[in-house]
Design a protein around this ligand. Structure first.
Ligand SMILES: O=C(O)COP(=O)(O)O
Ligand SMILES: [Mg+2]
Length: 233
């Protein structure tokens, strides 16, 4: 059944796989960590399947794959430090925005909407990435995966952002590439648009049943003006 659609005042964006293609840098950092620990390198396609639950889980997945068994706590600890050092040095280098991102953010801002960032990436990596991609001025609020005790798919970061900006979840939309974004938005009582070009464990975002499925982020520009069920995919 179609829900009544309320006007949208706040757009919350995911980062990895939605605004930026961070796979090259995450892949590089995972391989640096694996090499330093004496493990073989992996393909970008494999690393892509591990993205979505923050850096700690990414490292755990990369080590479990390397050992073909759950890694010991001491190895995970070592891996996290090596990954963090490697990623810190490459995270913002030659980073690519997905097509239409700047055009979309400009159009939404010009339409008077408030924009926020809610990523599962640890917050310490976020400011350099936003600065390198010239995204800083767009966002009124930004949270990382370690900013609160819970991260997506928990609704807490999305609800926290609504509260901080004094905008109701029912007047907000989440935009992301992962089932974690869709689950968090639904649990928060927000509308949600799923993008097809990012990282979702190799699955189609449509399987999570977001309110809209978009192949191009520029689709948001019309959607937020008229978030009517007829626009629904
Ligand atoms: O850090 C991750 O695993 C994914 O980050 P995201 O929430 O911006 O997609
Ligand atoms: Mg993402």
């Amino acid at each position: 059944m179609n829900k009544a659609r309320l006007p949208i005042h706040l757009v919350q964006f995911d980062l990895d796989g939605t605004l930026i293609d961070s796979l090259p840098q995450l892949w590089q950092a995972i391989n640096i960590m694996r090499s330093q620990l004496g493990f073989s390198e992996v393909s970008a396609q494999t690393v892509q399947l591990w993205i979505g639950n923050g850096a700690d889980i990414l490292v755990q997945r990369a080590l479990a794959d390397a050992q073909q068994t759950p890694p010991k706590a001491s190895l995970i600890k070592e891996g996290r430090v090596l990954f963090a050092d490697a990623y810190q040095s490459v995270a913002h280098q030659e980073i690519r925005l997905f097509p239409g991102v700047i055009e979309t953010l400009n159009a939404l801002k010009a339409a008077g909407l408030t924009l926020a960032l809610v990523t599962n990436k640890p917050f310490r990596f976020v400011p350099d990435i936003l600065a390198a991609t010239q995204l800083v001025p767009f966002f009124s609020h930004a949270l990382g995966g370690d900013s609160l005790a819970q991260k997506k798919p928990d609704p807490a970061p999305l609800l926290h952002t609504c509260q901080a900006l004094n905008i109701l979840p029912s007047h907000s939309i989440m935009v992301g590439d992962s089932e974690n974004d869709v689950l968090a938005a639904k649990a928060a009582g927000m509308q949600v648009a799923g993008l097809t070009y990012g990282y979702n464990y190799g699955k189609s975002i449509a399987t999570s049943q977001p309110d809209w499925v978009l192949d191009d982020i520029r689709g948001l520009i019309e959607l937020v003006k008229n978030p009517h069920p007829l626009n629904k995919n």
